[in-house]
Write a protein that binds this ligand. Structure first.
Ligand code: SF4
Ligand code: SF4
Length: 486
């Protein structure tokens, strides 16, 4: 029964309203629900102001020329049931609540990033790690530390049946003996514990050779190559230490790697600097070399020569929107564009997962330095302010608990009303420190951009579900989409 003199008030918050071909939709960021609105629901939404409670009775009056109070009451009830609106004073009902701070002493470790070496053979102008050295003397991870770190991961993974290792540097192939040993030792020890272990590596691609490519194939290692695009761009930003260009070497190695059919998709990760060429050209160029997918990230470096300011970020958004259209056209015929920023966003929207943290760093994901110290993530290697313990004495659980409490999105007041509160959740801690001066701060410099990009993703999602509804399930299931936290 509908109560017509209901004095309760309803609230619309944390949402993005958008249209696809003139049809109105709403994304509710607390629950992750995407709803197509009928005519009356759309009018109700338009009559409301974000984050402002409005009495039902006031809505009935303001919309009385559109529908009767009972029709309006029914439509509002439906919006509450579907998680679009919530009633003030009540809990948020079908809207999901933010996951709480986990008890860190029970948190299993699922992924460990191995810093095999604190050095690199490239001299990239924008390198956040100071040519791979992270401000520390050059170090190579020893065989003993590598074994201890694997043992530590298997032990700390507790009840998990599967763990993953990311082989990282500097340039990880500068410590090839230990890279090999970690994989072989890890496979053996995981097998003894009855667990599955998988490996992936991030490389600059210069040191790949036949032996290493065969090893990658034999051990089904996922590979991500940091490569910025065509010869001019790559050679400008990613030269060898000598100053010579790296394009010819890297592109030849990538062609050999993909020709080997290693069993796992090979991805390119592009760092965008201020004068970046059109991302479509870069995507096509790198796909032409054989990369399965290509992801783009603006440089974190705040040097004005390199950093993307607002005009460049808007140019990037326009280019991403063009690629989104091309993505849908390809997907309608079961094609794959290989644009991983979008595939990852679509996978997140599709999963409807709610997050309380910007990423998994410090939760089930940490990095280990060449000498066995644990850090929040690979980008904080050798940073004593976020040292999480070491592989010998274990994770510092008190510090972890304190840090996770502080990093929780509930502490980020600006985020609490944002549609991306459970997807961005404040964003990357490293970026926050670089741009906001504090790892605990939300990444307010990119909110507007993120909201626009997510809206492009939402429109793409709806169009995809209309044209090829099984596509995302197949893409995610096949591993073509490689959303991760790194
Ligand atoms: S950082 Fe910005 S975009 Fe991200 S959740 Fe917070 S307010 Fe939203
Ligand atoms: S998102 Fe940022 S903080 Fe999280 S793992 Fe990646 S670099 Fe580290």
């Amino acid at each position: 029964m509908t109560v017509l003199m209901d004095r309760s008030a309803v609230v619309l918050s944390n949402h993005i309203a958008f249209e696809v071909d003139g049809r109105p939709y709403l994304y509710q960021g607390l629950s992750g629900v995407i709803t197509q609105l009928d005519g009356l629901a759309s009018k109700i939404i338009h009559a409301m102001k974000a984050n402002q409670a409005i009495e039902r009775q006031a809505l009935y009056s303001s919309l009385s020329d559109l529908a009767s109070p009972s029709e309006l009451a029914e439509a509002i009830d439906e919006l509450i049931q579907s998680g679009v609106l919530y009633v003030t004073g009540e809990n948020k009902g079908p809207l999901m609540r933010t996951p709480p701070v986990p008890v860190s002493s029970k948190l299993p470790l699922a992924t460990l990033v191995f810093h095999l070496v604190n050095s690199c053979n490239l001299g990239c102008s924008y390198c956040y790690a100071g040519s791979g050295e992270y401000g520390a003397p050059q170090k190579l991870m020893s065989r003993e530390t590598a074994e201890d770190a694997i043992d530590f991961l298997l032990r700390e993974s507790r009840q998990l049946e599967e763990v993953s290792v990311i082989l990282f540097g500097g340039e990880p192939f500068l410590n090839w003996p230990q890279l090999k040993h970690i994989v072989e030792y890890g496979e053996r020890e995981a097998g003894r514990c009855g667990k599955r272990i998988s490996f992936s590596l991030t490389t600059n691609g210069t040191l790949l050779n036949d032996e290493r490519i065969a090893f990658i194939r034999d051990h089904q290692i996922g590979v991500s190559v940091s490569m910025d695009g065509d010869e001019a761009t790559q050679d400008k930003w990613r030269p060898l230490k000598s100053g010579a260009g790296s394009y010819r070497l890297v592109s030849a190695n990538v062609r050999k790697l993909v020709a080997e059919k290693t069993g796992r998709p090979v991805a390119a990760r592009v760092t965008l600097t201020r004068d970046f060429p059109h991302v479509r050209e870069t995507l096509q160029h790198l796909r032409g070399l054989g990369f399965h997918e290509v992801g783009f990230a603006p440089v974190t470096e705040t040097d004005e020569e390199m950093m993307l300011a607002r005009p460049e970020m808007m140019r990037l958004l326009e280019q991403f929107a063009e690629l989104a259209d091309e993505f849908v056209a390809a997907a309608a015929n079961n094609g794959f564009l290989g644009f991983s920023n979008l595939t990852n966003l679509l996978a997140d929207l599709h999963s409807g997962q709610t997050k309380a943290y910007g990423c998994g760093a410090g939760l089930g994901f940490m990095a280990v330095s060449p000498s066995g110290e644990l850090y929040l993530c690979h980008r904080f290697n050798e940073d004593s302010t976020v040292r999480m313990g070491d592989i010998y004495k274990g994770i510092n659980r008190d510090f972890q608990q304190k840090l996770l409490s502080e990093l929780h999105v509930d502490n980020k007041t600006t985020c609490s009303r944002c549609a991306l509160v459970h997807s961005c959740a404040g964003g990357c801690y490293y970026e926050a420190r670089e741009r906001q001066g504090d790892i605990l701060a939300p990444n307010l410099h990119y909110c507007n951009w993120m909201l626009r990009w997510t809206t492009i993703g939402l429109k793409t999602y709806v169009r995809l579900m209309e044209q090829n509804p099984d596509y995302l399930d197949r893409m995610i299931g096949s591993g073509a989409c490689s959303s991760n936290n790194t």
